[in-house]
Write a protein that binds this ligand. Structure first.
Ligand code: NAD
Length: 356
């Protein structure tokens, strides 16, 4: 029997509630698909500050690195907002991402048929949307040198090496092979040399994946196309700053923050987490939507462990739960037949996932 170890980082706010539901669902599918997951909990964020004085104790990095993957809830909250920067919860998360050398951020956007009305866009525009933004996470203008804030000017540097582009492009093409075999590479090659290099390297990598169709698109056009006709996209491959903006734009197509998973992956490690934060306003009330975290666990099975059948069980179970009209409070006004708690939603999805 295949065995995996998962570092569980529950974090703060609704983090513990939503992670518990993801574990429930993972346990249900692992029994069905014949593998075993053992969990090791680690502290991060405010919870870690409270216990150890440090938002990311060394032990957390050790646990994360020794596991096959990390499943993470969310961190932060008003209790820790006034701490100095090096003690703040976000510092812990940034350090974890760096320690795991995760250079690719994956954000899928699935628009569920039952929730087409939750979007601000017209149902006929978004119905059937199923895309993935693959964003380069640790290079580009956010990290480029030189950078400075001087007396009467400030500057940053957008720099990519061929190797940095190659490795993220390969990830995007590998993901496209598991999806609908189309990559849209987004850049600003009409103005920026760094984008011209990006385009050249992506085209070179594309030759290794003849089954995948590659198209190039300027970022301004991509921003427009995402709201005009999001169905045209399968995998959107882009750099750090463009990806930051486009992935937030794309996430709003589905209309609910509680539904969207993400993954940050590198050559070796993978960190799987919902895109939302710790929602301190609703923590401890049993009303958080666990679907984003459960879908993140499905991504972990698919992209980290290659357990595609188990991942599909989860994705289908989420669809089934929504189709049957089960809604957590955040989605109660969208065709709910029954409003359920966080834990009930987890149990319903776990049950469907083992029946399918
Ligand atoms: P947030 O995503 O936590 O919440 C925004 C709004 O969405 C809130 O009204 C919240 O109740 C709602 N919401 C979020 N997730 C939900 C879910 N699963 N189900 C139902 N409703 C949900 O963003 P925020 O309020 O800007 O930040 C709160 C805290 O989270 C801050 O401390 C922030 O720094 C932190 N944060 C952490 C992460 C992370 O851990 N990756 C990401 C973003 C924000």
């Amino acid at each position: 029997m295949k065995r995996y170890t998962v570092a569980l980082i529950k974090g703060d706010g609704i983090g513990p509630e939503i992670i518990d539901e993801a574990v429930k669902v993972l346990d249900a599918v692992s029994v069905k698909e014949g593998f075993e997951i053992t969990y090791k909990e680690a502290l991060l964020g405010g919870a870690a500050v409270d216990m150890t004085g440090d938002p990311i104790p060394d032990e957390t990095i050790e646990i994360a690195k020794s596991a096959d993957a990390v499943l993470f809830g969310a961190i932060g909250g008003p209790k820790w907002d006034d701490l100095p920067r090096d003690k703040r919860p976000e510092t812990g998360l940034l350090k974890l991402r760096k320690a795991l050398e995760v250079f690719a951020n994956l954000r899928p956007v699935t628009v569920y048929d039952e929730l087409v009305n939750a979007s601000t866009l017209k149902p006929e525009v978004i119905k059937g949307t199923d895309l993935m933004v693959v964003r380069e996470l640790i290079g580009g203008i956010y990290f480029g040198q030189p950078r400075a804030y001087e007396e009467d000017r400030a500057y940053n540097t957008m720099v990519y090496t061929k190797e940095e582009v190659r490795r993220i492009a390969k990830k995007a093409f590998e993901i496209a092979m598991k999806r609908n075999k189309k990559v849209t590479s987004v850049d600003k090659a009409n103005v920026l040399e760094v984008s011209q290099l990006w385009r050249d390297v992506v085209s070179e990598v594309a030759r290794e994946y003849p089954e995948v169709t590659l198209e190039h698109m300027y970022v301004d056009n991509a921003a427009m196309q995402l709201v005009r006709d999001p169905k045209q996209f399968d995998v959107i491959l882009t750099g750090n700053i463009f990806g930051d903006i486009l992935s937030d734009e794309a996430s709003m197509l589905s209309g609910s923050i509680g539904l969207l998973p993400s993954a940050s992956i590198g050559e070796r490690y993978g960190l799987y987490e919902p895109i939302h934060g710790s929602a301190p306003d609703i923590a401890g009330q049993g009303i958080a939507n666990p679907i984003a975290t459960i879908a993140s666990a499905a991504m972990m099975l698919k992209y980290q462990f290659g357990e595609e059948k188990a991942a599909k069980r989860i994705d289908e179970a989420i669809k089934q739960a929504l189709k049957e009209g089960y809604r957590t409070k955040d989605l109660a006004s969208f065709d709910a037949k029954e409003v359920v708690t966080t834990s009930e939603m987890g149990s319903i999805i776990a049950q469907y996932a083992s029946e399918l």
